[in-house]
Design a protein around this ligand. Structure first.
Ligand SMILES: [Mg+2]
Length: 227
C-alpha cells in the first residue's frame, strides 16, 4: 500500500514564504514588483504558478524564463530557510508519516505541486526527515496534478519492485485538486480540512474519507489498512 502525502496545508504550513520567495525571484530577474497573493495556489503546481505570475504581468514566460525563475526561487527559499524556521508541522502529521514509514505493509511518499528542491526544504524545516519518505512526485512531473498519481504508481514499481492497483494508493491532501487527481486515477483519497478548503467543500467533492486533522493516528491507520 502506497500513501502519497500532499505537503502544504496537509503536513505543514510555511507562513507564506513560498509566495514571498517567488515575488523576490521575479524582482531579482526582471526588476518588477508582482503580487502573488492574488493567485489561487491551493493544490496547484509550482511551474504553473511561475507561468501565471510572469504572464499576468506581461513578462516573458517561455520555458527558459520559467527555468530561470525556478532557479531564482530555489535560491531565495534556501536563503530564507537558512536564517529562520518557516514551516510548522500540522497536528498529528509527523506521527502519522513516521507510523506509515515504520509499517511493513505501507510505503510513505509525497505527491506535491512543489518542485523537488523546495519540497524537501520545507519538510526538513518542519521536522520531517527525508528518510521517512521512500520517494516523491513533484510539481514539474506533469502538465496537471491529474498526471502525478500515475508517476507515483510507476515510481513505486521501479523503486520497490511490486505492482499496485490504483486503489491501493491513498492520496492524503487538503484541496479539491488533491481529491480530483486521486479520483481521476482511481486512487483512494483522504481529504483533511487543515488547509484553506472547508470541510463542507471537501465533502461535496466526495473523497473516500474527510478528516478535521491528522491527529487520530490509530483511527487513520485502521481505516487505511482496512481498504
Ligand atoms: Mg495542499
Amino acid at each position: 500500500m502506497l500513501i502519497l502525502f500532499d505537503i502544504d496545508g496537509t503536513l505543514l504550513r510555511s507562513r507564506g514564504i513560498g509566495l514571498r520567495s517567488m515575488k523576490e525571484a521575479v524582482f531579482a530577474i526582471h526588476g518588477v514588483e508582482v503580487d502573488p497573493s492574488k493567485m489561487d495556489t491551493g493544490g496547484r503546481m509550482d511551474p504553473h504558478l511561475f507561468h501565471e505570475l510572469l504572464s499576468s504581468h506581461d513578462l516573458p514566460s517561455e520555458p527558459e524564463h520559467l527555468n530561470e525563475l525556478s532557479d531564482a526561487y530555489v535560491e531565495r527559499m534556501h536563503h530564507h530557510f537558512s536564517r529562520e524556521t518557516w514551516a510548522d508541522a500540522l497536528p498529528g502529521a509527523r506521527t502519522l508519516v513516521e507510523t506509515v514509514h515504520e509499517h511493513d505493509a505501507m510505503t510513505a511518499s509525497v505527491l506535491t505541486g512543489n518542485i523537488e528542491q523546495t519540497c524537501w526544504l520545507k519538510l526538513a524545516d518542519a521536522g520531517f526527515p527525508q528518510g521517512w519518505f521512500e520517494f516523491g512526485v513533484f510539481g514539474n512531473e506533469g502538465e496537471t496534478r491529474r498526471d502525478l498519481p500515475a508517476v507515483g504508481l510507476n515510481r513505486y514499481q521501479s523503486t520497490l519492485g511490486g505492482q499496485l492497483e490504483p486503489h491501493q494508493a491513498i492520496i492524503i491532501g487538503d484541496t479539491l485538486n488533491d481529491v480530483d487527481c486521486a479520483k481521476h486515477n482511481g486512487c483512494t483519497v483522504i481529504a483533511v480540512a487543515t488547509g484553506k478548503t472547508s470541510r463542507e467543500e471537501l465533502e461535496n467533492a466526495k473523497p473516500d474519507l474527510v478528516l478535521d486533522s491528522l491527529e487520530d493516528t490509530e483511527a487513520i491507520m485502521d481505516w487505511m489498512l482496512s481498504r
